[in-house]
Design a protein around this ligand. Structure first.
Ligand SMILES: *Cc1c(COP(=O)(O)O)cnc(C)c1O
Length: 426
């Protein structure tokens, strides 16, 4: 969908006047020579701007899209729900897509792995649910002193104040430190094991991005670490919260990243890809032992005091259910082009002098472009990549590649070639 140049110019101007974009400095965004891309259409792994230029969506629209844009099955599911009703309250009422989504997700796991699902709107709220439910669980269980959390250095769990308290990225989190609740910050599992007994007995839970930290710059954990963490939590009666907001739904080559080390967390936080990248939906899956604690007792104690107005949104759940059916029925994970992806990364990008390291798992990669004194090369490489038909966003000097799961070999080649040409410009 092209826009008239005059209309595009007007929209850009109004955007610069009235809107405030996430993680974006206003001065740079509003600079007269900055021409923000206006994205107007999508199809499969491609997006089009208002001038009709096509791009590969190299980071799945900030890590959300799974099956491509404009997917006929998800579109149809949303349209059909829209003809029925868009949204009804989940406080005291229920609706078919939310129920069917819960049934499908819980049914994926071995029986009795997860007892219930708490729905919310985004990754941060999925983590907030786990934090608050863990605290209240320990109150019900008679250990109210267990209300602290341990989280890893460079972790990212979202931007609301509770989820951000768990975050450990200095640039994002340090400035708000005094307003966060205190956490035990861990450089490694060894530091957790080394915590004094008295501190362990005040822990409600430990939170981790399993297998790979995303916002930290696509950093992989050592093999075996997750299984080790699970064992430690079991031995010390500490709840394990896995933040699979980025890694869930096939992104790492398995449906959930925890499957790489054959563990299940006590809380599994899901968002981003859950709706196929269509609508804001999130889910926190909860182990039966936690659910059971809430199942009987005085209402003041066992009511979980948490919720949002759009919890259980019917359109979002309909999209999520359709996305899940595609994952299962079209055997998306079996067909992922993981080996083509990793081979192309190595053969096309690692010979480049600017590339200092490539890390990847499944269809997620971080490509470090060695700065050798040049600050923010990442942003400039991504800007250059646009001219070669690739959209993505860096994390400092790490270029993120995380295409939709439906990407085919030829498209992978186009995407990586675009990045190669962009890197060669520097
Ligand atoms: C994106 C992300 C979040 C936050 O999700 P939002 O939907 O942006 O609130 C939390 N944890 C991880 C690992 C993420 O990648």
């Amino acid at each position: 969908m092209k826009l008239e140049p005059a209309e595009a110019a007007r929209l850009r101007e109004v955007d610069k006047r009235f809107l405030w974009h996430p993680f974006t400095p206003l001065e740079a965004w509003c600079a007269p020579d900055r021409q923000p891309l206006i994205l107007t259409r999508g199809e499969g792994v491609r997006l089009w701007d208002s001038e009709g230029n096509a791009y590969i969506d190299g980071n799945s629209s900030i890590w959300t899209n799974l099956h491509g844009h404009n997917h006929p099955r998800i579109n149809a599911a949303i349209r059909s729900q829209l003809d029925a009703v868009a949204h009804t309250s989940f406080l005291g009422f229920t609706n078919p897509p939310a129920i069917r989504l819960a049934e499908a997700l819980i049914g994926y796991f071995p029986e009795k792995t997860y007892g219930r699902i708490f729905l919310s709107d985004n990754g941060s709220t999925a983590v907030e649910v786990a934090i608050k439910m863990a605290i209240q669980y320990w109150q019900i269980a008679g250990f109210p002193q267990r209300r602290k959390f341990a989280a890893f250095s460079n972790a990212y769990h979202g931007d609301t104040l509770g989820a951000a308290s768990l975050g450990g990225i200095p640039l994002f989190h340090e400035r708000f430190q005094d307003s966060h609740f205190p956490v035990h910050r861990l450089g490694s599992t060894e530091e957790l094991i080394g915590l004094p007994r008295a501190d362990v007995e005040c822990l409600a839970g430990v939170v981790i991005e399993p297998m790979i930290q995303g916002a930290a710059g696509m950093r992989l954990w050592p093999q075996g670490m997750l299984a080790h963490l699970r064992r430690w939590c079991d031995q010390n009666d500490v709840l394990l919260i896995a933040d699979e907001i980025m890694t869930g739904f096939g992104r790492t080559g398995k449906m959930f990243a925890c499957e790489h080390e054959a563990i299940w967390p006590d809380f599994l936080a899901l968002a981003k890809g859950i709706s196929g990248g269509y609508l804001p939906v999130a889910a926190t899956l909860i182990r039966p032992k936690i659910v059971e604690a809430f199942e009987k007792g005085p209402v003041e104690t066992t009511t979980f005091f948490y919720g949002h107005s759009y919890t259980g949104n019917a359109l979002g759940c309909a999209a999520a259910l359709a996305s899940w059916q595609i994952l299962e029925e079209e055997r998306v994970i079996e067909k992922l082009r993981v080996s083509t992806f990793s081979e192309l990364l190595v053969s096309r990008l690692s010979p480049l002098g600017r590339v200092s390291e490539i890390r990847s798992i499944g269809l997620i990669a971080g490509v470090d472009v060695a700065p050798d004194g040049k600050p923010l090369l990442g942003a400039r490489v991504c800007q250059a990549a646009r001219c070669h038909g690739l959209l993505t966003r860096p994390i400092r000097d790490t270029i993120v590649l995380m295409p939709p799961l439906c990407i085919e070999d030829a498209e992978l080649e186009t995407m990586i070639e675009a990045l190669r040409l962009a890197i060669l410009e520097f």
